[in-house]
Design a protein around this ligand. Sequence first.
Ligand SMILES: Cc1cc2nc3c(=O)[nH]c(=O)nc-3n(C[C@H](O)[C@H](O)[C@H](O)COP(=O)(O)OP(=O)(O)OC[C@H]3O[C@@H](n4cnc5c(N)ncnc54)[C@H](O)[C@@H]3O)c2cc1C
Length: 387
Amino acid sequence: MRTVAVVGASLAGLSAARSLRKQGYDGRLVVIGDELHRPYDRPPLSKEFLAGTVGEADLALEMDDEDLQAEWLLGVRATGLDRTDRAVRLADGREVRADGVVIATGAAARTLPGSEGLAGVHVVRTLDDARALRDELARGGRLVVIGGGFIGAEVASTAYALGLGVTVVEAAATPLAGPLGETMGGVVSALHADHGVRLLCGVGVKGLSGETRVDAVLLEDGRSIPADIVVVGVGARPCVEWLEGSGVELDNGVKCGADGRTSLAGVVAVGDCANWYDPRTGAHRRVEHWTGARERPDAAIATLLAGGAVEPGVPRPPYFWSDQYGVKIQFVGHAAGADSVTIEEGSADDRDVLAVYRRAGEPVAALGMNQPRLFTRWRKQLARPTS
Ligand SMILES: Cc1cc2nc3c(=O)[nH]c(=O)nc-3n(C[C@H](O)[C@H](O)[C@H](O)COP(=O)(O)OP(=O)(O)OC[C@H]3O[C@@H](n4cnc5c(N)ncnc54)[C@H](O)[C@@H]3O)c2cc1C
């Protein structure tokens, strides 16, 4: 292999570039990213960076002395992939012909239709998004967060600590019920009420009001919630539109095998855009978590360099963490399909708890709130191969 193009210059793309060098690839390495920034860490964008306790320099993912001998094409979008010669077409007319392509284009925040151009309305996906929101939060006021998922909850928690009045609006009856199940979703989202943050559940958002700047969030039940700042936290969509017509199979992102291989030879996908097959569940799952974007490129690059001639291993179960209101939340595994959840340690009322999810008596997931040591034990146990 003489040229490898990595498309997406963030955590998964950087991890893939590192894996290439670590696994002995010494050819031309081109990293393409549409943001102007070198790779930076996103989790602090809704936490310490938004709070102002961490600066931009601290977000850098590369080490000071790191040199991957790569060509960085930044600030330019990939617009297509030509299957015949694996050429990545760029928005500025250039193209990069490659023997191997790593798709690492991540995900983009979903927006609220009709909110475009209205001042005071934010999403939090990029450094530029977080800078803009941080400047607004510093002025104080009333914040309404639309969406009670992890990013919405983290923004609410950060804004609460900054002294803003915060309301969270969630369409589902229980926030986080998807990733955590009804019971533990209820326990985690009760953190809002513990801190006097208003949580409105089971009600959709009809729209926003305001001429040039938002002044209220209009709910489907007729209520109007006054707002100086609105954060839309309604999830993310995989950035794969540039692959349409390329022959790479798309299905909720890039459809991949258990090692990131795609339907096109010489093309692998990693990170938030990749819908990997999970042998533990027998289904594909697109995971939008830091640890997967960091770890899974090793397997994908081994496959790419071996021309697909390696047996895919079993990836570790998905893991993520979240920090809200001073509580460290950690989750590993798959809550969907569990038929029981038991508290193994601590108490849900104290928000200091280790809960284990089981299916037919077998542990399939674990949730920790301020239980890092015990959680680590369960994480290791859940990573053991299933018989
Ligand atoms: C605010 C926030 C907080 C988070 N907190 C946590 C947390 O606490 N715990 C946790 O586990 N995870 C967290 N995550 C998730 C974690 O950050 C992601 O899983 C991780 O960033 C995924 O990395 P990635 O490289 O796959 O995708 P991304 O980080 O999305 O990077 C993809 C890159 O590709 C670029 N790109 C897209 N399309 C193109 C194109 N056509 N051409 C060129 N470039 C393109 C994008 O602009 C972007 O720079 C958080 C995410 C956010 C946004």
